[in-house]
Design a protein around this ligand. Structure first.
Ligand code: GRF
Length: 202
């Protein structure tokens, strides 16, 4: 299975995938990363990709006349690598209608909260501010909503009394990396069907 990974930041989820694929070998893991895309330049995620010898591409919203043009450009750049599965791993832009028309049902995202609670860009901060006692992470398929697509797997993390956003996010990310590596491998090796909100891994 050919993976394109989309990143916006530090890329530790990307690194976890790279490490797992290197450790098991692409055949045993079931997937290989064929390219890494980003919506901004000069981020650690892109450096990780380059260090691994992978092709990268950057499509920044501000380099395009409109959101629709950016959507088309990101779709074309991604399509050039003929991915079977796209992993949005800390990609902080909402994927556009063109992207989803082309790759719908083949895009997964990881979110640092237990959806449907605390969707959006501040899942960790919002859970903390609400006073939730448990939170975690969700790996899900991407649909046209914000963090609303069918859930594949979740991991639970306890909120501690002394937690601030950074400390809590760090513990969530530990669980998130393991979960993402496990889910991507399982989808790649076994194949899957999306039936309404249910994801069936065959
Ligand atoms: C993850 O927690 C992801 O869910 C969130 O941003 C973080 C990305 O981390 N949206 P990284 O870039 O993979 O290190």
């Amino acid at each position: 299975v050919r993976l394109v990974v989309l990143v916006s930041g530090s890329g530790t989820n990307l690194q976890a995938l790279l490490d797992a694929i290197e450790e098991a070998g692409p055949a045993a893991y079931g997937a290989q990363i064929v390219a890494v895309g980003a919506d901004r330049a000069a981020i650690a995620g892109l450096e990780r990709a380059e260090r691994a010898g992978l092709p990268t591409f950057v499509r920044a919203v501000r380099d395009h006349a409109s959101r629709a043009e950016w959507d088309a450009a990101l779709t074309a750049a991604t399509a050039a690598y003929a991915p079977d599965l796209i992993v949005s791993a800390g990609f902080m832009k909402i994927l556009g209608p063109k992207f989803l028309a082309r790759f719908g049902g083949r895009v997964i995202n990881t979110h640092p909260a237990l959806l449907p609670s605390f969707p959006g860009a501040h899942g960790v901060r919002d859970a903390l501010a609400y006073g939730a006692k448990v939170t975690g992470c969700t790996v899900h398929f991407v649909d046209e909503g914000v963090d609303t697509g069918p859930i594949i797997a979740q991991g639970v993390v306890e909120v501690l009394g002394e937690d601030d956003e950074a400390a809590l996010h760090e513990r969530i990310k530990e669980v998130e990396r393991t979960l993402l590596v496990e889910v991507v491998g399982r989808l790649a090796r076994h194949g899957y069907r999306i039936e309404g909100r249910k994801v069936r891994i065959s």
